[in-house]
Design a binder for this molecule. Structure first.
Ligand SMILES: [Zn+2]
Ligand SMILES: [Zn+2]
Length: 174
């Protein structure tokens, strides 16, 4: 075999058999640059969206300025990871929900406050109790005719129409 054929053969093999050449060419091509550019662009959009979501959500849930700033910074610096962390540790209730909840509790307490209580020991009592079950203080008298509990201020028993005004001297409520 002449020497020149071997050399020619060698050159052709090395050029065509480099398997990374096509790949390297691709990484140098404008198409690849476009793909990386788009990837960076989408990452930036995703990052901003995450930071914005954290900011919007934190504003609705946190009233402390410092904690709010930390939450927003977490969203800006760590992007999607910050969002996940924030979603785990964020307060479960929004400020509006918490306010509503507090209002409900206050209303419930007010309703309990309206309930009749023993004037001496403040035990909640029902309107048909004759004496306070805790301290034994007399709350009502009973009608001399029908034995129903009646308020000592009443002149007539509302159940049996008996005249009860004189029959209530035992009352000692202040
Ligand atoms: Zn009492
Ligand atoms: Zn009566």
């Amino acid at each position: 075999m002449p020497v020149w054929t071997i050399v020619a053969a060698k050159t052709t093999t090395t050029e065509s058999s480099n398997p990374f050449k096509a790949v390297l060419d691709f990484f140098d091509s404008p198409a690849w640059h476009f793909v990386t550019l788009m990837a960076y662009f989408f990452l930036a959009v995703l990052w901003i969206a995450c930071a914005y979501w954290v900011f919007k959500d934190a504003r609705r849930r946190i009233d402390d300025r410092i904690v709010l700033a930390v939450a927003v910074l977490t969203g800006i610096v760590f992007g999607p990871v910050g969002l996940v962390v924030y979603a785990i540790v964020r307060p479960p209730e929004t400020l509006a929900e918490r306010q509503e909840h507090e209002l409900e509790v206050a209303m419930m307490e007010a309703r309990i406050g309206e309930e009749e209580r023993c004037s001496f020991c403040k035990t909640p009592v029902k309107d048909d109790y004759l004496v306070c079950p805790t301290c034994g203080r007399r709350l009502r008298t009973s009608c001399s005719q029908c034995r129903k509990p009646i308020d000592p201020q009443w002149r007539v028993c509302p159940y049996c129409e008996a005249d009860v005004h004189v029959a209530a001297p035992v009352f000692d409520r202040v």
